[in-house]
Write a protein that binds this ligand. Sequence first.
Ligand code: GRF
Length: 207
Amino acid sequence: MRARVGVLISGSGSNLQALMDAAAAGAPFDIVQVISNKPDAYGLTRAEAAGAPALAIDHRAFGQDRKAFEAELNAALRRADVEWVALAGFMRVLTRDFVEAWSGRLVNIHPSLLPLFAGLHTHARALAAGVAVHGCSVHHVVEGVDEGPIIGQAAVPVLPDDTAATLAARVNRAELRLYPAALAYAVTGVAPALTQDAESLIALRQP
Ligand code: GRF
């Protein structure tokens, strides 16, 4: 049984693309609904190109009413019979009610080695902190932002001439390898075989 996954995005959708590519290549999940809170997100174009059902639910239409926005999200996810929700660059904080409704079936990718650098501007903060290794994490979502049990991580080196942009690009390449593997692991409970490359070290957290 392949898991039915809904992906929430706000932007470019490179992680969404990696998940759709993995699904097409036989990963144990299907992307059955893509939702963006930004109508102009390039990820919606990617979804349409891949034949994945895609829609925009503009959070601005709901003003400060997060519950009403999330009710729309939930309704769309339920209509598509979604079993798992994957956040992929989704830039809205979700309320406790939403998180609890999807508890254990809601995952996120964050561009740092959590618990370091939760929140925004992770690459600039990593450079400022002088770390030698940076990366990304896929984790279960709990109410606290960028908290929750880690499913897998990918580490990349910080190189001497790095800027936030070059470091972000290296981390993003690692994200595109990590997320499909971590999602496959989450939905099946079985860690897939990992192909390592020279640029990053990917590891899934064994129970
Ligand atoms: C990624 O770096 C992800 O970790 C973060 O937002 C970015 C989304 O990029 N949460 P994309 O839209 O998948 O290209």
